[in-house]
Design a protein around this ligand. Structure first.
Ligand code: ATP
Ligand code: MG
Length: 319
């Protein structure tokens, strides 16, 4: 046991009937870090987070929050913990401020000025007196974060906080989480976007079908990432294929749409592109099929829903 850990989940398993939702996973979140639980739909992220909040009990394994378990201290285990699972719920015919004030009352009140502070942090001060029913989805998510911050938590747990938001909403939510992390708060968030986790988190657990597919730092993840594939558009694809014969380290092959996809170690790909220029093949486009970390995510999670989005870069071996 380590009391310094905000979350110490050891060998946690949960089944629903015949569905093994969470399969013997161990996740340790140090105080002060931003930790990502990443995985495709159905990977078990929400189930894991619900067990942290005590909304469901694990079949086996132990969940410690700041060193304490539900069995030892009951609901007191959630002292210093706030957040939301899936989407926060509010009274639509009440304003944002009224909703927060109501929640504060339920919690036995908050220190003076805190309500205004949290509205400011989530950038809702200007909209606080409008009814929540008229809020955008992104504003409701941010109000959810505000409601969590009212509890002045040490650990904030957010289940896919940017899910369903438009690009501006995603940007604002990521900026908000980064600001909160910068203030020393421990944040545990789930996501199905590698890019989001890469941008925000220090450490990550990638889940696939309930189990851990990767565990470590973002830096370690980057080192594992395969060489990216590029879609090549030229004035003369036949010649581009012929030039590839002089570059055995790169693979150039048409994808399902007939577009040429170039894969290989970065220096070899650069040499091939230089070769195309020397051979007077005009380059019309050279775009990443996906980022190296996205490619790695699909490899690790083997997510069939996403496979259709993945170009042949899947064949590149992990090095
Ligand atoms: N209450 C439940 N009853 C039965 N099966 C459940 C229940 N909750 C989750 N599951 C199943 O457990 C698995 C994991 O679901 P979970 O919601 O934890 O995944 P997730 O990673 O949060 O997915 P998403 O990205 O879609 O939110 C899925 O197969 C799901 O259908
Ligand atoms: Mg979920």
């Amino acid at each position: 046991m380590n009391n310094l850990l905000a979350v110490d989940a050891e060998g946690v398993t949960k089944t629903f009937g015949s569905v093994l939702a969470v399969d013997d996973i161990t996740v340790r979140v140090a105080a002060g870090e931003v930790y990502g639980v990443l995985g495709p739909n159905g990977a078990g992220k929400t189930t894991f987070l619900r067990m942290l909040f005590g909304l469901i009990r694990p079949d086996s394994g132990t969940v410690r929050i700041f060193g304490r378990t539900w069995d030892e201290v009951g609901v007191g285990v959630l002292d210093g913990v706030a957040g939301f699972i899936e989407s926060p719920k509010f009274y639509p015919d009440r304003t944002g401020r009224q909703n927060l004030a109501g929640l504060a009352l339920l919690d036995g009140g908050t220190r003076p000025g805190l309500l205004e502070e949290v509205l400011e942090i989530v950038d809702l001060t200007d909209r606080a007196d409008r009814k929540v029913g008229g809020y955008s989805y992104g504003m409701r998510q941010r109000l959810g974060v505000a409601a969590s911050l009212l509890r002045e938590p040490r650990l904030l747990v957010l289940d896919e906080p940017a899910n369903g938001l438009d690009p501006a909403g995603i940007r604002d939510m990521r900026a908000l989480v980064k600001r909160l992390a910068g203030s020393g708060l421990t944040v545990l968030l789930s996501s199905h976007h590698m890019e989001e986790v890469e941008e925000i988190c220090d450490n990550v657990t990638i889940m696939s079908r309930g189990a851990v597919a990767f565990h470590g730092t973002i830096a370690e993840l980057r080192r594992m990432a395969p060489d990216p594939g590029h879609v090549l558009a030229t004035t003369d694809d036949a010649r581009a294929l012929a030039v590839a014969a002089d570059h055995p380290e790169v693979t150039v092959a048409p994808d399902a749409d007939g577009a040429l996809v170039v894969t290989g170690p970065r220096p070899a790909v650069s040499a091939y592109v230089a070769g195309l220029v020397r051979a007077d093949v005009e380059l019309l486009g050279f775009t990443l099929t996906q980022t190296p970390l996205e490619a790695l995510f699909f490899m690790l999670t083997d997510d069939f829903d996403h496979q259709t989005l993945v170009r042949p870069v899947r064949e590149v071996a992990l090095r």
